[in-house]
Design a protein around this ligand. Structure first.
Ligand SMILES: [Zn+2]
Length: 314
């Protein structure tokens, strides 16, 4: 098993070919590099991708690998051909050692803030690095990466150092999260500090809720793209722990989310809907709410719902 730091070519300089294809977490390569991927990289390894941004070398994404497939094999798989658009799959001619890597969409990430690969980072990673005095840092780092044939192998401790920098919740949390599905997420102090990255927190929150619930708690909307992971006690009033606590979440369609968020509806101890008296019968009809509706209430949700009833419900 080996993970790699991979220098990739910007599509602008590569005849428009986006490779890796971040929209689907695939990466194709061939020749020596294809052979490296084919023979060294296994499920669970990480590929970190870097490229030049302005005058810096930056890591912009990472994949946790699900599978490395020879391109011929991938092309014979109908499901792959239906679902993926990587240019390596679509070309007619196959090149030597041409392979495609599939990243796990749940565990791979495109970075909001690219991580600069500079001397300090290489030192932290214990990558031996001796730039000649007449080189700029960027030129030295670029040529260093080129010396490796664009692939720098990473051992487990180097992978951990990088993950700690690029993934605020790190993989341990993801793994724990998957194991604990349906239970509260308890974060330690260092994690709490990093959860300020709201967007990542929000996506994990929704993903966790989706694993527990599959549709709006009040109606039949089940399209994941539309469902909203609503906080019972709002994000702005919650502690870091409460923000990621699934018990503080309700999966709702946009309509019911808006009503709940604005306090027009809430729920009693048994999960029965409470409807604001300010809503007339026509509004209730057209907004698809009625007095018989209820949600499943877990014991651990009570404290949050109490907060909602007392502070939000009108
Ligand atoms: Zn709904």
């Amino acid at each position: 098993m080996t993970s790699y730091l991979i220098q990739y070519i910007d599509p602008k300089d590569n005849e428009g070919e986006e490779d890796p294809l971040f929209s689907e977490y695939t990466y194709g390569d061939k020749g020596n590099r294809g052979n490296t991927l084919k023979t060294q990289v296994l499920k669970g390894d990480f590929l970190f991708f870097n490229r030049s941004i302005e005058d810096k070398v930056c890591i912009t994404a990472f994949y946790e690998v699900v599978e490395v497939l020879e391109i011929q094999k991938a092309k014979m798989n109908n499901s792959i051909m239906r679902n993926y658009r990587n240019p390596h799959l679509l070309r007619n001619n196959v090149q030597e050692n041409e392979v495609i890597v599939f990243g796990n969409p749940d565990k791979s990430m495109i970075l909001d803030t690219p991580l600069e690969v500079n001397m300090a980072l290489l030192k932290e990673l214990s990558v031996e690095f001796k730039p000649s005095p007449n080189q700029t840092e960027k030129a030295a780092i670029s040529s260093k990466l080129k010396n490796y044939g664009r692939f720098i192998p990473l051992d487990d401790s180097q992978v951990n150092i990088l993950l700690e920098k690029v993934n605020p919740l790190h993989t341990a949390s993801f793994l724990k999260l998957q194991k604990d599905l349906g239970k509260s997420i308890v974060l330690d102090k260092t994690e709490k500090d990093s959860v300020v990255k709201a967007r990542i927190g929000q996506s994990i929150f929704k993903r966790t809720l989706l694993a527990v619930e599959k549709k709006c708690g009040l109606c039949g909307v089940s399209d994941e793209r539309l469902l909203v992971a609503s906080h019972i006690k709002p994000w702005s009033h919650s502690t870091h722990k409460e923000r990621l606590d699934v018990d503080n979440g309700l999966l709702l369609c946009p309509n019911h989310d808006a009503l709940f968020d604005k306090g027009h509806i809430s729920f009693d101890k048994d999960g029965l809907i409470l409807i604001s008296s300010s809503l007339d019968k026509y509004s209730k009809l057209f907004l698809n709410i009625n007095e018989t509706m209820n949600i499943r209430m877990e014991e651990n949700q009570q404290q949050y719902m109490k907060w909602h009833r007392e502070n939000k419900f009108k």
